[in-house]
Each structure stands twice: as C-alpha cells, then as structure tokens.
Design a protein around this ligand. Sequence first.
Ligand code: MG
Length: 374
Amino acid sequence: MRVEVGVATDIGRVRERNEDTYLVEAPLYAIADGMGGARGGAVASGIAIDELETGAKKDKASLADLVRAANRAVFERSMTDRAVAGMGTTLTAARIDEDGAHLAHVGDSRAYLLRGGAFRQLTEDHTLVNRMVKAGEITREEAEVHPHRNVLTRSVGTEPDVVVDEDDVPLIDGDRLLLCSDGLTDMVTRDQIQAILETTTTAQEAADRLIKAANRAGGIDNTTVVVIAIHEDDELEAAGAGGTQEGRSEVPGGAIVVPGRRPSSATVKRWAMRAGVVVVALAAVAFVARFYVDRQWYVGESNGHVAVYQGIPAQFAGLRLSHVDVETDLPAADVTKLPVYQDLPSGITANDRSDALAIVEQMRTDLATSDGGS
Ligand code: MG
C-alpha cells in the first residue's frame, strides 16, 4: 500500500495570524485549530501537535492516549502562563497502517472519507449547534449559518481531562482521506469539497485547490487541509517509488511507502470489510423492521382475556414481534364464541391503538347483546 499525501495551510483573507497547525509525519497525520487570546490559539495548536509528534516517537501509546497527553500539556501551559490562559485547540489525528486509519478526534476540525462516489464525514463536531441538531432543536441547514456555530462543547487544553472520540476505518485502493480545519468547511460546501477531491489528480493538487476554494468564498478563517490518497500499486512500491516525509514544516510532494503487507492480510481485511457491510445492512433492516412493527396494532388474547397488542402477531427467529399494551377483563373464550371474532386467537388487525380499543369496545357491546339475547 502506498500513501500519497498533500498538505496546505493558509491564513485566509481576514485573520492576522494562522492559528492552525498540522502534522505530516508518516504514519501520523493531524490538524489542530487553536483558539484563545492574542497568542493563545497558535500556542495551543502548536503545543498539541508537538506533544503528538514527540509522544508518538517516544512510546507505543494509543493515538487517543497521545491526544490526552496533548490535552494535559496545553492545559498545564494555560495554567502557568497568564498570557495564554484559557487557550484550547481542536485536534483531529489519523495514524495509518496496513489495516487502515485509526482516528482520534476532539473539536470541530473534521475527517472525511471519499470512496468511489461516496463522501462521508468520519468525525462528529463537538459543537453546541451539532448538539442542538442531534436533539432535534434545529436543522443541519440552520446549524450551518447559526451565529454560535463555532462554540465548542469539547476541546483540547481547556480542562484537565478530555474525552477523545476514536474510530477505525479500513482503507482500500483509491480512497481519499481528508483532514481539515473549519476554515474549509465553513466556507466551502460539502459537495464542492467532494468535487475537488474527485477531480484532482494528485493529493497535493487537491489540497491546494481546497485552500483556493476557501479563500475564493471569503477566506474568513485560517484553513488547513491534509489529503491522504491510498494506492494499491504494488509495482511502484517494489520499484521503491516515493520519498519519505520530513516533518510538518515542509509541504510534501512525494509519496510515502508504508511497509507492504502479506496478501493474506489483505484478503482477511476485505472479508472483514464485507462482513462489516453485511452487519450494517442487517442493522438497517432491523431498524426498518422495528419501525414498521412498532406502528402495527392488533387485538388478541393474553392470560385468557382480550388484549390490545402493539406489533404483529408473529414470531421471527424465535423473537416475539409484539407486546401487550392493554389487557382487558373480557374473557377471550366468550368473545371467540361469537362468529365475527373467531379469529381472535390469531389476532384481529387494527389500524392504530384507538382502532384496537374501539374493536375491544365493540366486542364488549356484542358480548353483552348476545348474553342478553340467550
Ligand atoms: Mg478555525
């Protein structure tokens, strides 16, 4: 597997400083978008990236552990240096190996994956507006133009401890992984970002065009992007193509060779991915089925009485697909004797809950009438 990297950062058209910092040091890639005070933002993102870089060289700690260490380092500095008190930063990091990308994330910088024609956000924004979207209080469209859309609910360095989101993403030939600060996503639509990733040849060309698009749209914030393209061209790898990455201060143009993997591991990965797809598909089917089942009602029997059920009168894979909503005092045996209700044991379908209750009331009336008549 060959990993091709493009990176670009820009101050934008409005800001006086670039407070974004990035790390491109194979196999580790990261973006930090600092905030706070006159110098605080750049100090915070710089400390976070330094800590990530030195921590990764020192030990085999998990990426999330490295982010937590970065959090402590930024926090301690903000406690001891009044000039940068209260500073913080986002941190979105990816470590790439033969199994794919391992992500660790805090804040509102983002990671996206382009695979084939599908473009999806891998990270969740830790912002107030995203919380409001999830609570159903505002729509995603409203969130995009909300005056407080940049208020973070989680950041690196503002508290002694931080919760870090983690994700493992298998990568395949042709994938493009994007790490970016909000200077890009606030200015350029998701569709435009996807189009640029799809229509550029090299990762560096993609990175440069993303920055240009952000500035053309106004460039209100600093923008930083890291584009990681995955190639399965083993021939190039065998020929020793590509160079090595020299730290974060240089813009890379070359490719990085990640140690090759055995075919068996590739096969295992593909099967694992297929299994993952099947699991997701089954989960979707289960979700839709649940949605459907929960909207069905019928009248049946429970403990010898007439009862209203939510669900459908059936079982699937040994699981009941219904539960009793109301158990009445009407004896089921008496009701079933009336020809019109002989289907009671197998369930009489209703349109909704009130319809089911109306059927029960009709049974009560019919039962009383038949009793009176006999
Ligand atoms: Mg920003």
